[in-house]
Design a protein around this ligand. Structure first.
Ligand code: G6P
Ligand code: ZN
Length: 565
């Protein structure tokens, strides 16, 4: 049987340039005539998926089911042999990465705008991943962008839509379509990594004094969380909240941080819960929060790296290397140094880790932006991080059976050994692009002229003084493929080892977002009272100085940040 391919005339749209993690725009933008079709055809014009298998999934946000049908239509007309599609269009980003790798697919198309709000008036996104399960490199996304600028038609097969609610094998024109269970393969993957028996027995023995609460934030991870925490680990159903994925995330902002995951924070505090965790819309981010103990992501990855080899079966043959993104604090470096491991410093964006993993140089890595993961897949992995923490806690308690070791105890033990990099990030969201540019230009001028070098700045409120020792723009040369990424953030270093970084966000969908990252190291000798102190207190003086040097308030016209993490 032959299937007529129809060619539909179109004209290019401006601005279909994929950002850090694919093309993200308002739903209304994607709903314009031919807009989504153009971008999907541009993908097929840029990657040779003829006769290949592709995975389709996403975080279930508004406009996903329609887009799956669009991809089937266009993909089939472009000769794709088989699509593996998540049940009801759902696959978390880590689950999709796993499916691509496990079933040796050619690549995958992920329908997500990650942690951005969803619904008819919010964001949608389309992201292409490669056969290694990781986000497409710039070389590919640039090609896709170039194609969107010259597109004049796209191809479709006309066939009835596939019913995404039915698991099984179907045909779509000349193409095979497998609708698969969204959760099963991922649960199997985690079972092959962690010591589920140990975690389960710890949770069972301590069911009265160690309670767990996982918040799916109405994103994609609810069903994954329920399968793992309730069905596998035997926790009560009340251990998961907001666990039904909703197309608009229940009207919330599905980003696991102290601001947007406040419901989790409040419940943990008021219900005396020892272990709280949340994941974002598409399931690749995570936040770990115990009663009175927020784990900053920079510490989270350092602690996982510290315990991995002895506690987590997947790493029992050794950890190959560690890595952090540049703005992430140096906490993981102290661990690397002690263990004699290399710690790479890459620009913001998970794809940079992927190259190192493919080359066998990297096992565990993380970003301050609530991303933590390992080389089990090529995306960061929210639920993986949560189970890693539970595995480590279960193991630590086996080692010291006489005292309950929770999140707070693990943190304090870690600081006592390595010292602590106090870390915080200030976000100024949706500021004017001109203001943001002026801020960047001003710091760049300082960098070029060395005009801040050796200047000393005193904090009025704390009396601390900070002397600038270096100002630099972060450039990166990939040690694997030699590719160069320039201007990845502006760093101001101080003589006591503290630093401040300024960076423009690459993931927003409107205006500009300025991020200011501050970090100050305190050595173990300073003692527990200082080491275990409050982050805001520990960074107060440095933040004051950073704001003064950068003239941030002046340029952005903002007295306060929108979000502090
Ligand atoms: C996405 C990427 C992360 C990255 C983050 C940066 O979540 O997957 O790897 O850290 O974006 O976002 P930003 O808004 O700071 O550019
Ligand atoms: Zn995400």
């Amino acid at each position: 049987m032959s299937f007529p391919v129809k060619e539909i005339k179109t004209t290019p749209y401006d601005g279909q340039k994929p950002g850090t993690s694919g093309l993200r725009k308002r739903v209304k933008v994607f709903q314009q005539e031919h807009y989504t079709e153009n971008f999907v055809q541009a993908i097929f014009d840029s990657v040779d998926a003829k006769d290949q298998t592709l995975v389709i999934g996403g975080d279930g946000r508004y406009f996903s089911p329609e887009t799956v049908q669009t991809i089937l239509k266009i993909g089939s007309a472009n000769g794709v042999a088989k699509f593996i599609v998540g049940h009801n269009a759902i696959l978390s980003t880590p689950a999709a990465s796993n499916i691509i790798r496990k079933y040796k697919a050619y690549g995958g198309i992920l329908l997500t705008a990650s942690h951005n709000p969803g619904g008819p008036n919010n964001d949608f996104g389309i992201k292409y991943n490669m056969s290694n399960g990781g986000p497409a490199p710039e070389e590919v996304t640039n090609k896709i962008y170039a194609k969107t600028k010259s597109i004049s038609s796209y191809k479709v097969i006309e066939s009835d839509p596939v019913d995404l609610s039915k698991i099984g094998s179907f045909t779509y024109g000349p193409t095979k379509v497998d609708i698969i269970d969204s959760v099963k393969d991922y649960v199997e993957l985690l079972e092959s990594i962690f010591d589920f028996d140990l975690i389960q027995s710890f949770l069972l023995t301590n069911s009265d004094n160690f309670k767990v609460l996982f918040d799916g934030m109405h994103g994609v991870t609810g069903p994954y969380g329920r399968a793992i925490f309730v069905d596998k680990l035997g926790l009560p159903p009340s251990s998961v909240q907001n666990a039904v994925p909703l197309p608009d995330f229940g009207g919330g902002h599905p980003d696991p941080n102290l601001t947007y995951a406040h419901e989790l924070v409040e419940n943990v505090e008021s219900r005396n819960i020892q272990f709280g965790a949340a994941s974002d819309g598409d399931g690749d981010r995570n936040m770990i929060y115990g009663k009175g103990a927020f784990v900053t992501p920079s510490d989270s990855v350092a602690i996982i790296a510290d315990w991995a080899e002895e506690a987590i079966p997947y790493f029992k043959n050794g950890v190959k290397g560690l890595a952090r993104s540049m703005p992430t604090s140096k906490q993981i470096e102290y661990v690397a140094k002690k263990k004699g491991l290399t710690c790479y410093e890459v620009p913001t964006g998970w794809k940079f880790f992927g190259n190192l993993m493919d080359a066998g140089k990297l096992s565990i890595c993380g970003e301050e932006s609530f991303g933590t993961g390992s080389d089990h897949i090529r995306e960061k992995d929210g639920v993986w991080a949560v189970v890693a923490w539970l595995n480590i806690i279960a193991f630590a308690n086996k080692k010291s059976p006489n005292q309950l070791v929770g999140i707070k105890e693990l943190l304090q033990k870690h600081y006592a050994l390595y010292g602590r990099s106090f870390f915080s990030r200030y976000d100024y969201e949706e500021v004017s692009s001109e203001g943001a540019q002026k801020l960047v230009d001003n710091i760049n001028e300082h960098i070029t002229k060395d005009s801040l070098l050796k200047t000393t700045h005193e904090s009025k409120s704390t009396g601390q003084s900070f002397t600038v020792s270096e100002t630099v723009n972060f450039d990166y040369t990939d040690p694997v493929d030699g590719s160069v990424s320039k201007n990845q953030g502006q760093i101001i270093r101080f003589s006591d080892g503290s630093r401040v970084v300024f960076r423009l966000s690459g993931t927003g969908s409107q205006g500009a977002t300025v991020r200011m990252y501050v970090e100050r190291y305190v050595a173990p000798e300073k003692g527990a009272a200082v080491l275990n102190g409050d982050t805001a207190e520990g960074l107060k003086g440095l933040i004051e100085v950073a704001l003064e040097i950068s003239k941030l308030k002046e340029f952005l016209g903002r007295e306060k940040p929108t979000v502090i993490t």
